[in-house]
Design a protein around this ligand. Structure first.
Ligand code: AMP
Length: 453
């Protein structure tokens, strides 16, 4: 389906086509018409789904260019994201010639941010702190005609505690349309957002949490240390552009140093870097100076790094939601991608949780520096794991009694053995229930005794 199926202006279609956007993505189809009608929306969509255009297209197409007024504010949690949205927005000025967009991001001199605002840019894009500094303190008149507010990566805005800053200016705007985008919309976040969007805003969902363009792999690294496993993996896969994720910045640092030491063209992206260093890394990536980027989850969140062919999780994040964010770095739009995850066979809890979540994996193993096909991760049956020692003893006794070592076994002994084991198990279960009843009774007596003085 082409963009023409959506009620967009001629200029917008022209501009989109000139930028080589011909067909809307799923989430664009489902959000843009509603946003154009002025509806407030909460959209659950992962990066790579085309969510930036979900808000830029309706905002730009609804701007009244004959009025030099600020009509939309887009809030993103990091400078890089704000910059990225700005870079996405600027090419629309080819058709919308009078369109003025201004980026206000932390890290630059505040005097610079304050400059040039007297013309009231149509769209402001920025980070919460800097927007609040500019709008709540000096330029609050810019808020008078704002019609649309975007919260991009809203879950991150919440987890980083940015809503306090945001409230300082957003609450001054009368009845704006809110466009909220978040990879996850958990109850806590939805509750927090009610203040802005009202209690009954429906959530526009993406069909699936991960792109179908991504193939997921579990790699058994057979207890090789992480640094060497990563090196062997890179040599075996020979990636074009690889993002490596680590849950802890210490691990990211260590892998990065090891790769550099071994002559790989790698960069590091963690929250500790100054904005200049981060910019530098992104530039190196763009100029093909590096082809491996070792990242922490927060640092890489939402960044659109085109052409990532492989993602490697050297460990899994505690919050498994991040797995989807990581995997979403590759297979963007219509490209194919691969997401690999290291594991050892004694640490399968998190991989199993992902499998229970409905993800399907292909299995590989590192063997003498090669990636060979591996065995699926098996779930150990919980009853085998937590069997009571007394019951285990009894089952062993029954098995020994009628084992094949005993030469004079009667016919049908296997069936009888099974029945005896089942009986022992039932007896054990009854014992547990009886014990529970006794415990509850004692507790009740104690409580009643207390109440009677
Ligand atoms: P996003 O989810 O906004 O970070 O976008 C992911 C990537 O998809 C970006 O590189 C966009 O340029 C690309 N993209 C978004 N929408 C479209 C579209 N309708 N057609 C082709 N590419 C698109």
């Amino acid at each position: 389906m082409s963009f023409k199926a959506i009620n967009l202006s001629e200029s917008m279609i022209k501009s989109l086509n000139r930028q080589k956007y011909f067909e809307p993505s799923q989430i664009q189809l489902r959000t843009i018409p509603k946003a154009l009608r002025g509806e407030t929306l909460m959209v659950q969509s992962s990066t790579g789904s085309g969510k930036t255009l979900c808000f830029l297209i309706p905002i730009i197409d609804s701007i009244n260019l004959s009025k030099q007024e600020t009509q939309a504010i887009i809030i993103a949690p990091t400078r890089e994201l704000a910059q990225q949205i700005y870079n996405f927005a600027i090419p629309f000025a080819d058709e919308f010639r009078r369109l003025k967009i201004r980026l206000l991001k932390s890290g630059e001199e505040i005097e610079n941010s304050m400059k040039g605002l007297s013309i009231s840019p149509h769209i402001l894009i920025g980070t919460p702190g800097r927007l609040s500094e500019v709008l709540a303190q000096k330029h609050s008149t810019l808020l008078n005609n704002v019609k649309t507010i975007v919260f991009d990566e809203a879950d991150m805005l919440l987890s980083e505690g940015y809503f306090e800053e945001i409230d300082k200016f957003v609450l001054q705007i009368k009845n704006p349309q809110f466009l909220v985008f978040s990879a996850t919309l958990e109850a806590n976040l939805a509750h927090q957002l009610e203040k802005y969007v009202g209690p009954n805003t429906p959530i526009v969902n993406e069909e699936v949490m991960t792109s179908s363009n991504v193939t997921h792999y579990m790699v058994d690294i057979k207890h090789i240390d992480i640094n060497n496993a990563t090196k062997q993996f890179i040599d075996a896969v020979n990636p074009y552009l690889l993002l490596i994720f680590a849950s802890k910045k210490e691990t990211a640092n260590s892998v990065y140093k090891f790769l550099k030491l071994n002559g790989y063209k790698a960069g590091l992206l963690t929250g500790d870097l100054s904005s200049r260093e981060r910019k530098n890394v992104m530039k190196q990536l763009q100029n093909d100076k590096i082809f491996i980027l070792v990242c922490s989850d927060m640092a890489a969140r939402g960044l659109d790094i085109p052409n990532v062919t492989e993602v490697l999780n050297i460990d899994l994040p505690n919050n498994l939601e991040f797995y989807y964010h990581r995997a979403g770095r590759t297979g963007r739009f219509d490209k194919k991608g691969k997401c690999f995850t290291f594991y050892n066979n004694d640490s399968t809890r998190k991989p199993l949780a992902l499998i229970s979540n409905g993800l399907s994996f292909e299995y590989l193993a590192l063997k003498e520096g090669e990636l060979v096909s591996g065995k699926p991760i098996e779930r150990t049956h919980p009853s085998k794991k937590h069997i009571d020692p007394e019951l285990a003893k009894e089952i062993k006794r029954i098995s020994n009694q009628s084992s094949t070592k005993n030469k004079k076994v009667k016919p049908g002994y296997k069936k009888k053995q099974k029945q005896a084991i089942e009986k022992a198990k039932q007896k054990h279960r009854r014992e547990i229930i009886k014990k529970d009843i006794r415990r509850q009774r004692v507790e009740r007596y104690k409580k009643e005794g207390r109440n009677n003085g």
